[in-house]
Design a protein around this ligand. Structure first.
Ligand code: ZN
Length: 77
């Protein structure tokens, strides 16, 4: 099961997700399966999305695989 160690930096969850993706202009890409996990390159969908983070001006997606979550936490440090 998931551990509750979510960081609050640039991460956005559920409710606001669609609205935020829309504002960022990437909702269509996301819905059409064109967004990939920054770390493992799996295609991101609503089911496996763990979080988003900002890299330069790009929004990166992270899937919910334990490996990728670990990498994300390392990256955010
Ligand atoms: Zn991944």
């Amino acid at each position: 099961m998931f551990k509750k160690e979510k960081k609050k930096i640039n991460l956005v969850y559920d409710d606001d997700l669609k609205g935020m993706l829309k504002r960022l202009g990437i909702l269509d890409d996301f819905v059409q399966g064109r967004k990939k996990c920054e770390f493992c390159k799996n295609i991101i969908n609503v089911e496996n999305l763990h979080s988003l983070f900002k890299k330069s001006e790009d929004i990166k997606f992270v899937c919910d695989s334990p490996e990728c979550i670990k990498k994300l936490l390392v990256y955010l440090k």
